[in-house]
Design a protein around this ligand. Sequence first.
Ligand SMILES: Cc1ncc(COP(=O)(O)O)c(C=O)c1O
Length: 361
Amino acid sequence: MDLNELVRTNLKNYSAYETEEQPTDDGWVILNTNENPYPPLPEILNDIKKSINENIRLYPDPTSFELRKMVLSVLLSDKDTLTNRNSIFIGNGSDEILDVIFKVFIDPGDEIVIFYPTYGLYKVLATLYNAKANEIKLNDDFSIPESAYSAKGKLLFINSPNNPNGKSFGNATILKLCGSFPGIVVVDEAYADFSDKTCLPLLKKVKNLIVTRTFSKSFSLASLRIGYALADPNIIKEMNRVKLPYNTNYLGQVAALSCIKHRNKIYEQNKKIIEERERLTEELNKYPGISVLPSDANFIFIKFEDESKTLKFIWDLKEMKILIRHFSKPGLYNYIRITIGKKEDNNKFLKAFNEIAKKYL
Ligand SMILES: Cc1ncc(COP(=O)(O)O)c(C=O)c1O
């Protein structure tokens, strides 16, 4: 058997998504993966523990009926968006939803539009499904350039707030893109709960829009893999046809329902992340030679005027057991991304940063 002969041809040029380093030994301050620094509330952990019983032998609800109902009627009740039970899809994290969207819409050779820089998975999926990804470079201030309004293709991905810079795109921009783009516009709102901005209300007037969201970030459930998408029921119907039968697991569904029940306490907790984001931004902006970009997410993006200093900071921070994110990609070499941690971790970061700054800034 020649494995190379058997594996799909397009996998020869395929680079899989690379996940970030996640050390498990003690003493690390991990500010590189945009997870929520707070564990799920004790009430939520309790609900999960109670559900670890003999029912685990059964398959989970394939339609996540209860969760769909509660997301629409409770979690998003103040968002002025779709309310029909057939307008929501529950996925194994929003990553699976992105994959399902490709499965529904992409034939080999189709074109999609993505921005640069943005979340890396859109491009990875494009390669996997043999689509041609047309990358449009964001302006220097990470806003959308005029050329985007004449872009053509089957899918266009907008990440709002955008990873890695953290800024949301306005609804006027998203609406304009939905109007000009001939295919489906996907707005990935993985981090939207860390701001009051969302394009969910646009779904009431726009048919070619899918909004994806997740319980991984604002609800501290990254390991249980629950995401959701809202769109026109005709789109959701197609997504349901291609998903694997039992795509989300029972404990994930239980945990997400519990998060919805305790959402106000979680929102209070998340306010601390937002306050810390503002504090870090203010503190770091005091240093010469760097600037912190305004962020609507649970991370900040720091720009170094002198590119050669960026790696020095990363290496020294790593020596001090602090992990942050650097993107070795064109236009991004002089930036670092810091996930907002708990106050004590942020203080460790600030202290370390200050020591390193004495050497280099
Ligand atoms: C922009 C963006 N979308 C989606 C995801 C994945 O989220 P999930 O855990 O729901 O699959 C991430 C994770 O880092 C992300 O940064």
